[in-house]
Design a protein around this ligand. Structure first.
Ligand SMILES: Cc1ncc(COP(=O)(O)O)c(C=O)c1O
Length: 459
């Protein structure tokens, strides 16, 4: 390091990162700093300015410089737990720095436009960027058909509440399905029917019966890397769903929340088979990027756009302009595609590890089929075991899993199991976690066998 300010900066940085200077603490004044490090005041100012640019400190006029309060990531605790339950992206793969750059650039470029009310449908320039982006997934839509929303969850909530041109009222969902959608439907008192989904798909004759007889406004489906099953529809199934929607005037809400995690570029969405304007395509940016930005896009048939826009405007006026402008830059400069390819590969390898460990370690009585990507897999447990006992026993060994109970309608016949998510894990944790699941299930089965024998003895 040739420059004195770089030396001062490095010393201070070390103290900030090690919390020797605590978050929120005031740094020495410029005069004190110049005395402390035997440098000129200009050198001290330059070092502080550089640290401010790195967002490690901030200045308060007429007061001085303070250490930024950084989020406590809980690394220590996280390494002890094996978390198979979380659906939020791994903090280690989040593109904080790149996105921070886009946020700063967005403010420079758009200035005050970002801090006033904006179009409820979303920034036009972002919608133009989305037009290009969506075309990679065979979604050909003009900016006028695209709406930017505050997360896919908002789109689902609005769609569940608004009237549709087919004048029908009930919603059909896969069973199991994404709990966020079930919660919205429940809160709004929408009549909701279920159709069983397995790793092989759904019974298309049953789907047709529902469409024909049950006054269905829309069918909500997660065709790709289903939550919680991890399953994907085949091209033939997607084509038939689109055809049935056209035949019976039923809309399809296609939730493609993991679109960019697919390594198969031939896996086109249902939207691409739709000839009749019956498919509403919802794409979240949460799983690839930063869920806290609350960003997703919806492609709507023209007949639905005006109502959707009205409901969206009444819900939150518009999605955060700052997030939108930064996403536009992130997409346009190629950072998104680059980041998506890294995340896709990382999660694909984790899913492979999950499949491999499950094959090797789980007892025969546990049924699982692990998809070729995505983030979730469902595992059934032997009938003799109580699911809640298993979850508690795993929790005591610092393994978090979720039951698929939350993914079912109360009225639907239940087939609960475990939902395993790889998003917050790594290779070693998957191996260790699955070994613990295997041992715990075997232990509980053994206990059951013993207690049954005791009953027989007694009789
Ligand atoms: C299937 C599915 N759809 C939608 C969402 C919500 O996405 P967003 O964060 O964009 O609201 C999730 C979140 O886990 C999900 O699993």
């Amino acid at each position: 390091m040739e420059n004195k300010y770089e030396v001062v900066k490095a010393l201070l940085k070390e103290q900030l990162l090690s919390s020797t200077i605590k978050p929120g603490e005031k740094l020495p004044s410029i005069r004190a700093a110049s005395e402390l490090w035997a440098c000129s005041k200009n050198t001290a100012i330059r070092a502080y300015q550089e640290l401010e640019k790195e967002h490690l400190i901030y200045s308060v006029p007429k007061s001085g410089y303070y250490a930024v309060v950084r989020p406590v990531l809980g690394k220590q605790a996280a390494t002890e737990w094996i978390d198979f339950s979380s659906a939020s992206p791994d903090a280690d793969v989040m593109p904080y720095k790149d996105f921070q750059h886009c946020l700063n650039r967005a403010i420079e470029l758009y200035e005050d436009h970002l801090f006033t009310y904006s179009d409820p449908q979303g920034f036009f320039t972002l919608r133009r960027a989305l037009e290009k982006h969506l075309a990679h997934s065979q979604i050909f839509a003009s900016p006028s058909q695209i709406c930017v929303v505050s997360g896919a969850q908002q789109a689902l909530h609005l769609l569940a509440s608004m009237p549709f041109p087919n004048g029908k009222g009930a919603v059909l969902v896969e069973q199991p399905t994404f709990q966020g959608m079930l919660r919205s439907l429940d809160l709004m008192g929408v009549t909701t029917l279920g159709i069983e989904r397995t790793m092989d798909g759904i019974d298309l004759d049953e789907l047709e019966r529902h469409f024909r007889n049950n006054h269905i406004k829309f069918f909500y489906t997660v065709p790709r890397f289903h939550n919680p099953l991890g399953a994907c529809y085949t091209a033939e199934q997607k084509m038939r769903i689109a055809k049935l929607a056209e035949k019976y005037d039923v809309y399809i809400v296609e939730d493609d929340y993991l679109a960019d995690m697919d390594t198969d570029d031939k896996a086109d969405p249902i939207y691409s088979y739709d000839q009749a304007g019956k498919v509403i395509y919802v794409k979240s940016f949460s799983k690839i990027m930063l869920p806290g930005l609350r960003l997703a896009s919806v492609v709507l048939p023209t007949s639905l756009m005006e109502t959707f826009r009205l409901f969206k405007a009444s819900s939150d006026s518009s999605t955060s302009a700052l997030s939108q402008a930064a996403l536009e830059l992130y997409l346009n400069c190629g950072m998104y595609d680059h980041h998506a390819s890294l995340v896709r590969e990382r999660y694909r390898l984790r899913m492979q590890q999950l499949a491999d460990c499950s094959e090797r370690l789980l007892p025969q009585k546990m049924d699982f089929r692990i998809g070729n990507g995505g983030i979730f897999a469902r595992m059934s447990i032997p009938d003799e075991i109580d699911l809640h006992d298993l979850i508690t026993a795993l929790h005591l060994q610092q393994v978090r899993v979720t039951s698929t109970e939350q993914n079912y309608l109360r009225t639907f016949r239940r087939n609960y199991g475990l939902r395993i998510s790889i998003i917050q894990t790594d290779f070693a944790k998957i191996e260790r976690g699955i070994q613990i699941v295997a041992n715990t299930v075997s232990g509980l089965l053994e206990q059951q066998k013993k207690s049954r024998l005791q009953v027989i003895d007694w009789i």
